[in-house]
Design a protein. Structure first.
Length: 758
């Protein structure tokens, strides 16, 4: 039986959807204060550290988490960590254009000039809200650049107009809560000064089928325009006047979401961290949760599941069960548990708040000969890192990938490579040298599917290749054809362009690393030479340009501010360097490329990458199986300012949420999981064979084929997640690693035990 464990699918199947709410609610009150200290479970707790043994009870263990610790060691959706507590996310995006946005042909663009009014209807169902940011994708025509004096006028529900000087391609206009209303809201945008003009693209209704599997165009259409100052209105949009679609105008509301959930790490009630697990009986266990609420009605529900194995995916776990009391079920025999906290709120001004969690348990060991005879002497485990996102990798043997590999002789490209890193670099060299960067004409057909074969051989009058996205797609799929997972990352800063790069999983370094095929480059540590990933570069960007915790305000970024921050940067003092092999732009971009700052000096070809400067804002595509599942996808990605709603956008205290996006990543572990590793545990067999350990293995391995084991030097393979390890008297050693369908091997996990029968 093949049993490759994908814990993302497991999280999704056993997640919060469909479970009831309402248990452990904070009590209703007629005169609620702003902060209601009503614990959801008896006996509030104080902050502590996870898993500490009792000094008075040898079998007692206390697990304690502050809100910050709980947040960092959990996965969640719809929640956020704010000011020492975990609460419902208070950013709600209202939009109806994202699935269809992205077409760039001239006929789908709308011009805003004196006398022209664009109108948008947006419905607010969540109420009340404290504030809103109005966002609109807009590009200046006259004056021809942002930060050159052009102003837009927004009017919300007939209130006083809000004037915005365009400083970014996504506006960030603060709308007072008093201007908004529950239900329908009317937004109008125009210009009032002569000599001022802007353009905005129309999200075509006909394109929604490309951008989303589930969302359909609004009916009736919710955008219209007037070309006579509001006297008459037209439904036909764009330069051609015959497009059905929506204007990219959005509201980001400050109000709490309806619901969210958090799933804790797996908790071993015994408090041990060993991989060898002897049976134990739970004598008693108690959960104490310090929770309160703000505003009106809100509740928190606790669910529990338990099992005798170290991960639910390996079997032997219960279903989720709602907890109605602090004590765990009497007589529970399983030592591993996991909690799920579901938060819900009826109104936008209320949220449960979780401050800390404590779990006290007392276990009694179950007598067995194995406890006396089997002793752990050493282990190297590689625990999985859970994520709330179900990232889908491409199958490395998907026919289109292998056709690419064969048609373009990629085996010859990597022939003689001695390491996986050399394979990656050779494929990067190959992709960088395929063509010189150029921007495809906007009159061509929109780019919907991501297929390297179509990029390299368009089959029509256009040239092979294109801009940075095309380099990254070709490189990423070349890597995938060799079983090297690759994914797309968009990076940008303010209005100074943006860039598309790839992250690939390196088995050698056991991490994701950023590769820029457009520039045939990557960034490495000055100290160790280790390649870096996008968020490592993001952190260095902040330390370099925003030291001391300064918060990025992209709307306040000017060309003068850019130069002030970047001019004094000395690349010799930075902790990173750019590694390049010089194949980009026919060999013209080499090690002398100015990568540490934006420069207005002439550059050989496209200089939009700006090295690590553009890692200020980071957005991942949520999957990489673009060939086997072409849709949904952003339309003509990277040719407008990334208005699709499927990106996973990074946010941290210095990089606030962008108001135009919906999904945000706030923990690095949510995106930087471990691939191809083996997370294992060992437990005595439940049958009469006392010299047998059951080795339970879990992995996240795209293209998984089987586990390869060395049992006291004897080779074994298995597709099962359980291996029965028969011990011989003395020292016994077992190594485990994954093997994919192309024969690539992951790193070894290892355990050594001393077995001495009585």
């Amino acid at each position: 039986m093949t049993d490759s464990i994908n814990r993302r699918k497991f999280l999704r199947m056993t997640g919060a959807a469909g479970l009831g709410l309402g248990v452990l609610s904070t009590p209703a009150a007629a005169n609620l204060s702003a902060e209601n200290r009503a614990p959801c479970l008896p006996d509030g707790i104080r902050a502590g550290k996870p898993a500490s043994r009792s000094s008075t009870d040898p079998y007692g263990t206390e697990h304690a988490w502050t809100a910050a610790e709980l947040w960092s060691r959990s996965v969640s959706d719809g929640l956020n960590y704010v000011n020492g507590a975990i609460e419902l996310d208070d950013h709600i995006l209202v939009e109806d254009d994202a699935p269809g946005l992205g077409a760039i042909q001239s006929q789908v663009w709308e011009t805003i000039e004196p006398g022209v009014i664009l109108q948008k209807q947006l419905r607010i169902d969540r109420w009340p809200v404290r504030q809103a940011i109005l966002s609109m994708m807009v590009y200046p025509v006259e004056p021809p650049a942002p930060m050159s004096g052009g102003k837009l006028q927004f009017r919300v529900n007939g209130n006083e107009p809000i004037i915005y000087e365009v400083r970014h391609s996504w506006t960030s206009v603060t709308v007072p809560a008093a201007y908004l209303r529950q239900g329908e809201n009317t937004i109008e945008v125009t210009v009032t000064d002569d000599g001022i003009g802007f353009r905005t693209p129309v999200a075509l209704h006909s394109n929604y089928r490309y951008g989303s599997r589930t969302r359909t165009p609004p009916s009736p259409q919710r955008s219209r325009r007037s070309r006579d100052g509001g006297t008459s209105w037209e439904q036909g949009l764009g330069a051609s006047g015959d497009n059905s679609g929506e204007y990219p105008i959005r509201l980001k509301l400050r109000g709490y979401r309806e619901k969210g959930w958090l799933q804790t790490e797996i908790i071993d009630l015994s408090g041990t961290a060993d991989v060898l697990h002897f049976p134990a009986a739970v004598e008693s266990a108690r959960i104490d949760l310090d929770a309160s609420r703000t505003g009106g009605s809100g509740n928190l529900t606790v669910y529990l599941r338990h099992g005798h194995t170290h991960r639910p995916e390996t079997g032997g776990w219960s279903d989720w069960e709602r907890q109605t009391q602090s004590e765990l079920p009497a007589g529970m025999q399983n030592r591993f548990i996991q909690l799920k906290l579901e938060a819900a709120s009826d109104t936008g001004d209320a949220t449960p708040r979780i401050r800390n969690l404590r779990l006290n348990s007392r276990l009694q060991p179950v007598p067995s000969d194995a406890r006396k005879e089997i002793h752990l002497t050493g282990s190297l485990n590689r625990p999985l890192i859970d994520s709330p996102f179900d990232f889908q990798h491409e199958d490395p043997v998907y026919p289109a990938l292998q056709e690419l590999r064969e048609e373009y002789g990629l085996d010859d490209v990597v022939e003689g490579a001695r390491t996986e890193m050399e394979v990656i670099m050779r494929l990067r060299n190959w992709a960088a040298a395929r063509w010189n960067w150029f921007m495809p004409s906007s009159d061509l057909e929109d780019m919907i599917s991501w297929d390297s074969r179509r990029i390299l051989d368009p089959g029509d009058s256009r040239e092979p290749g294109g801009y940075c996205l095309y380099f990254s797609i070709v490189f990423a799929q070349a890597c995938q054809s060799f079983g090297i997972p690759a994914r797309m990352v968009n990076i940008n800063y303010a209005v100074f362009g943006g860039h598309e790069v790839a992250e690939v999983w390196s088995r050698e370094y056991n991490k994701w690393i950023m590769i820029d095929a457009n520039f045939d480059s990557m960034f490495v540590s000055q100290e160790t030479g280790e390649p870096l990933n996008v968020l490592e570069l993001h952190d260095i960007f902040l330390e370099t340009y925003y030291p001391g915790g300064e918060i990025i305000d992209r709307d306040a970024w000017t060309y003068e501010e850019r130069d002030r921050r970047s001019e004094p940067v000395d690349p010799e003092t930075l902790p990173i360097r750019m590694q390049t092999d010089g194949h980009a732009l026919s060999g013209q971009i080499g090690s002398d490329y100015v990568w540490w700052k934006v420069t207005d000096a002439p550059a050989p070809g496209y200089a939009g990458g700006y090295g690590f400067f553009n890692t200020a804002y980071v957005r991942w595509l949520p999957r990489s199986n673009w060939l086997s599942r072409p849709l949904p996808m952003p339309i003509t990605h990277g040719r407008t300012h990334w208005g699709w709603d499927g990106y996973l956008a990074w946010a941290d205290p210095q990089t606030p949420e962008t108001p135009e996006h919906r999904h945000f990543v706030r923990r690095k572990s949510d995106m930087y999981e471990r691939l191809f590793t083996v997370d294992f545990s060992a437990e005595p067999s439940a049958d009469s064979e006392k010299n047998v350990l059951e080795i339970r293995m879990a992995t996240d391995s795209p293209g998984f084929a089987h586990y390869e084991l060395s049992d006291n030097g004897n080779g074994r393979t298995t597709g099962d997640s359980v291996y029965r390890w028969q011990l011989a008297p003395g020292l016994n050693n077992l190594t485990m690693r994954t093997v994919d369908v192309l024969g690539n091997r992951g790193p070894e996990s290892e355990v050594t035990v001393n077995y001495m029968p009585a």
